[in-house]
Design a protein around this ligand. Sequence first.
Ligand code: SAM
Ligand code: SF4
Length: 372
Amino acid sequence: MTGRTSPAGVEHSGSTVGRVTTPSPLPDPVVRVPAPAPGAPGSGGLVDRHGRTATDLRVSLTDRCNLRCTYCMPPEGLDWLPKVEQLTDDEVVRLVRIGVEHLGIEEVRFTGGEPLLRPGLTGIVAATTALSPRPEVSLTTNAIGLSRMAPALAAAGLDRLNVSLDTLDRDRFKQLTHRDRLADVLAGLKAAKDAGLTPVKVNAVLLRGINEHDAVPLLEYCLDNGYELRFIEQMPLDAHHAWTRGEMVTAEDILAQLTAAHTLVPDVEERGAAPAERWLVDGTDLTVGVIASVTRSFCGACDRTRLTADGQIRNCLFAREESDLRTAMREGATDQELADRWRIATLTKLPGHGIDDPSFLQPSRPMSAIGG
Ligand code: SAM
Ligand code: SF4
């Protein structure tokens, strides 16, 4: 063979002047590789076929929980994942790193189940906040145990957290969660604020016949304590499949309660991919949000991707398919191969959750096993 092979693997020969062949003084030719289509395996971020890019990663650290919120988990609990199926701390950190370094993840939220039950939580948070580029790192928690853990989480670099609190009435809390732990949750909230994990956000779900009239007391408690309250419409993600559209407390119902007691003015600040519609309360700059996941879905602006505690990628809360990164990782897949699997899993993200569609099927995993 007379030609040479460039470092790029392209064969070429020297130039010919008259009858004399001389070595070319030119550098090796530049090989132009066509730019891959957005979302194609091999490069780029997590782009789906509808043009959305996922930059917000939700990581479930455990499917276990110490509460039994009726809209999430049955009183007897669930069949927990066997330990061997759960990602180890190192495996979680590796996949988060691949998301950040290869796939353009900008925000990481740890959730569950109850993430404070994960023994390695602070180490995982510290490893995530040490990544470059540094993602925003947050936590969604029921706050039981937070009064003890908040300083360590702040020291690990946690930026923010969301605490779930659906009522301030001890009996209703017990009825809703099957546990008498309201005081622990309130102590956890205060500890988060004291540790500087601000703004502390509070997530509330209202249920017909239990806490449906608690919107105003929750708002007033949050305003008084400097917490940002957001109501979330109940979604069909309960383990016992008891959700019905007719029984759901809607965003409209919630706003009717709030406006009967307070003046709400829409907050015109750019909402971006944030799911909460926000209102300024009583002429102040304090806000309340409503996440109308069911009645005014925001799927068109969705920027989320999810990793379950057993290492499955879900491109949507309501996805019926998952992509198994755990097995691939344990069989020796490289970072690049895992990133490609994640990209491919993203391509098929559906345009919307379709809860109102007659053909809608609730996912087989409940919220606690997916990671809310
Ligand atoms: N245990 C933590 C907590 O409760 O904050 C984190 C996991 S929990 C699954 C995450 C969030 O999902 C909570 O704010 C909870 O209220 C919400 N959630 C759970 N089931 C839900 C449902 N069926 N509809 C709407 N939100 C739900
Ligand atoms: Fe546990 Fe959170 Fe589900 Fe309540 S919503 S049962 S705290 S995982």
